[in-house]
Design a binder for this molecule. Structure first.
Ligand code: CA
Ligand code: CA
Ligand code: CA
Length: 210
């Protein structure tokens, strides 16, 4: 990496519960390219860029997004023509994690969340809301991860409206809930279901105030 790391995105592309990192390293082609780092254990990363089967030279605004809705995060990135780069394209990489493990009989859990509001107290698209994924019952509960709903950040970056979590092996099969802190400061807990998109509306979804 160098001083031209223009943007970065977090996402758990391999569904192990650890957030992985996508870095748009641009501006000095052909050395600068989209880089993917897998978090092996807490704050320990390995470069797995080779999993992207085509190099994206001079990337701008690479993001994780579950484009096909199968539960794993795909990658979308565009590249720029800065400093004479002639290979400027938009690229889509479909993640094969779920497909590959399903073939091997593997067991993967994930959960997706879409927040909205039909109540006047909170904006219809509630940017700034944060979500904590909780496993277990009240006595044994454990936080598995946090996400925040943002519209975008960094250079040339538009984020998905769907929040995504991979679920670590130890928590698979546990009861799940989502603690949502809405932009007006109200926090509520909602029951949640793995392996599907959970739609939570501030106005209409029943939750327990925290
Ligand atoms: Ca991961
Ligand atoms: Ca996908
Ligand atoms: Ca997939």
């Amino acid at each position: 990496m160098n001083q031209s790391d223009q943007s970065a995105a977090w996402g758990d592309f391999d569904l192990d519960g650890w957030q992985d990192l996508l870095v748009s390293n641009a501006d000095y082609p052909p050395e600068t390219q989209l880089r993917l780092f897998r978090q092996k254990s807490k704050r320990v990363f390995e470069d797995v860029t080779s999993l992207l089967d085509t190099a994206v030279i001079n990337p701008k605004g690479g993001i994780f997004v579950d484009l096909d809705g199968d539960g794993d995060l795909d990658v979308v990135a565009a590249s720029s023509t800065t400093r004479g780069n002639r290979e400027a394209f938009s690229r889509v990489f479909l993640n094969q994690t779920i497909d590959r493990l399903a073939r091997r009989g593997g067991d993967l859990d994930w959960i997706e969340v879409r927040l909205s509001s039909t109540a006047p107290a909170v904006a219809e698209y509630p940017v700034g809301a944060s979500v904590r994924l909780i496993s277990g019952s009240r006595r044994t509960q454990k936080e598995l991860g946090r996400r925040e709903l943002a519209s975008g950040y960094s250079a040339d970056h538009q984020l998905s409206e769907v929040l995504h979590f991979g679920i670590p092996t130890a928590a698979r099969g546990s009861a799940l809930s989502l603690d949502v802190r809405w932009p007006n400061g109200v926090t509520k807990r909602y029951p949640a279901t793995a392996r599907q998109l959970n739609r939570i509306d501030f106005g209409t979804t029943a939750g327990t105030r925290r």
